[in-house]
Design a protein around this ligand. Structure first.
Ligand code: CA
Length: 233
């Protein structure tokens, strides 16, 4: 779950206060004091941002322009902070893609409530449809379905998770410990040979009699996904 909040605010006492309060709530906080600094911070942290708190009246680039530029790239949630209670500012902000606005001065509890709404929305977003493919083996995360040469393969949840993990990490060797951590979870209390057992299940279900097993044994280390036969030369 992303937990970085970018605060764009030129009023240092306010940005300092918000930083302290949000850090206390366990968010990671980045502060920019003008519109250009906001774009630089956005570029640097965009993959980690839960949301942006954006002041409307800013030096260098105003909030409206910052919002327009960010919306060319993505849909990160933006809450506008405006000192002026003009309905026109709020409408302009929402028209330009802001998710919410808050009028200064505000109580921190009011801001936290709005942040929680955005967090809940982010948590409820379904993962994008992702298709993994290696030759004729296709794993479709949306349908939770695996096919091999067009025929559906019935996998248990664990087998499915293990196959998805390998398909998502082509060309990497994993030890049995790595796989236990990543697929079974760090708190799994079992023996490493459970990995060997499940790799065996996957091979028998997906490979059949194929001379090129989907998952290769790397002696003395662990396992890796085999390369595409189409690329073999
Ligand atoms: Ca300002």
């Amino acid at each position: 779950m992303k937990k970085t909040i970018l605060i764009v605010e030129d009023e240092l006492s306010l940005s300092g206060y918000l930083t302290k309060e949000l850090q206390f709530e366990d968010f990671d906080v980045v502060v920019a004091n003008d519109g250009l600094a906001a774009m630089a911070s956005y570029d640097q942290y965009k993959n980690d941002l839960l949301l942006i708190l954006l002041d409307w009246m800013l030096p260098k680039l105003d909030g409206m322009e910052v919002l327009r530029r960010i919306r060319k790239h993505d849909q990160v949630p933006v809450i506008i902070m405006t000192a002026r209670d003009y309905i026109g500012d709020k409408v302009a902000g929402l028209d330009n893609g802001a998710d919410d606005y808050i009028t200064k001065p505000f109580e921190i509890e009011e801001l936290l409530a709005r942040i929680r709404v955005i967090q809940r929305r982010a948590e409820n977003q379904t993962e994008p449809n992702q298709i993994y493919q290696l030759d004729d083996v296709i794993l479709d995360t949306k349908a939770h379905r695996v096919t091999c040469a067009g025929a559906e393969v019935q996998l248990t949840h664990r087998e499915y998770d293990l196959l998805q993990f390998f398909l998502a990490h082509p060309d990497q060797v994993f030890t049995r410990d790595d796989l236990l951590d990543q697929v079974w979870g760090a708190d799994f209390l079992g023996q490493q040979n459970v990995v060997d057992v499940y790799v065996g299940y996957l091979r028998s279900k997906v490979d059949g009699d194929s001379p090129t097993p989907l998952i290769k044994t790397v002696r003395g280390v662990g396992y890796k996904l085999r390369k595409s036969t189409a690329n073999a030369n």
